[in-house]
Design a protein around this ligand. Sequence first.
Ligand SMILES: [Cu+2]
Length: 462
Amino acid sequence: MSSCLIVRLSLLLSFYTSYALAASHTTKHWPRGASTRFYEFKVQKTYVTKLCNRKEIITINGEYWHKNVLKIEKQVLASGGGPPIADAYLINGHPGPLYNCSSNDVYQIDVVPGKTYLLRIINAALNMEHFFSISNHKMTIVEAGGEYMKPFTVDQLMITPGRRPMSLSMPTSPSAEYDMAMGPYMSAPEYSLSRTSQPLRIFQYTGASLTSVGLPAELPSFNDNLAVKSHLDGLRSLNASDLPLEIDNNLFFTIGLNVEKCHSATPNKSCQGPNGGVFAASMNNITFVKPQVALLQAYYDSIQGHFKENFPGVPMKIYDFVNGAPNNFPNDTNSLNDTRVKVLEYGSRVQLILQDTGTVSTENHPIHLHGYSFYVVGSGTGNYNPLTAKLNLVDPPYLNTIGVSVGGWAALRFTADNPGVWFMHCHLEIHTSWGLSMAFLVKNGKGPLETLPHPPSDLPKC
Ligand SMILES: [Cu+2]
């Protein structure tokens, strides 16, 4: 290491107190389910890896609550209202120096000037999409969701929960210190503009020596939809040779939030959603109800009564999805509570339009499909119009999570060649808890290679 000229990248976190002030707002998100256990840690020291001899850096970015997240989940769901904003954002488990009691808790990486580093960035947050940047550095995206992309250079990334972009980064100046930062992206337009610039102001120089220059990382404002759009527009596949050019199933799913009528005898406790209602969410206006028996097991073992096969391929009602919501929406937006799957024949070629709705509030929803990646052949704002939508059938990005733009749409294509039951859901965990999900049931094809295999012998019984 003696010949290494060290540049230290200090990872700072953006946070801002006014976000906490928004805690009663309708579009807050909150943690859910088994995946939250990772977040129950206390702030603790992790080992710093010196990277002179290594080329890959992994950062896992997440959210932190002072309380036990499982308890928070229970409380929030029982309240009918929205979740609290995270108390801190973390990079590799470190909250950074900008919070109380964590002034020395900065994740730092030593890197060599002139070398190019592969950054593997994972958004493990529960309820928030995030921007990510490194001061004075451009990043070249080379992979996302496990698939290589045509190299695409950006100043900042927007990463939805569950996404794992990789980028290449090269320090530009020796003996300097650069901040690396993540900050929330919140697209719901009800968030007031007064909060936009605050994340940029709180970055601090950390640990810079007298001779070094510390540079704060810049992030887009928290509601910079244009930055998100240009990031998505720049993603291109290296090879899209198996992109379906013909379509067997043309599907159209709306995605969005709902409000259910209060049926509680104690509305002050249990109906804290908008206008005294209870928050819900839906796809094609069906709020997914979790079955008592896992869908895959019920299907495989032919256990009746746990799901229906009539998830609609198009919305039951067509209207102006984005602009058609009333300004003062009722406390019952009439979603249907049910457990339904959409059945697909083995090998069928699917186009799926995901359309955000403004029933409660338009918002960017990171939709994730299990069992498949899909080509994102188009995206746009407003209502999807097949006559004017421009589709990229040459080199669309191949992803497994797509942030459907706020008040907009995305067009996905995939071939249903993986038999089984595959969950599709919003990766903002509270939205999934509220029912923004469904499942595809992909039938078997011919022969063992096209047939759902047996469950593993060590499958847990409970
Ligand atoms: Cu969502």
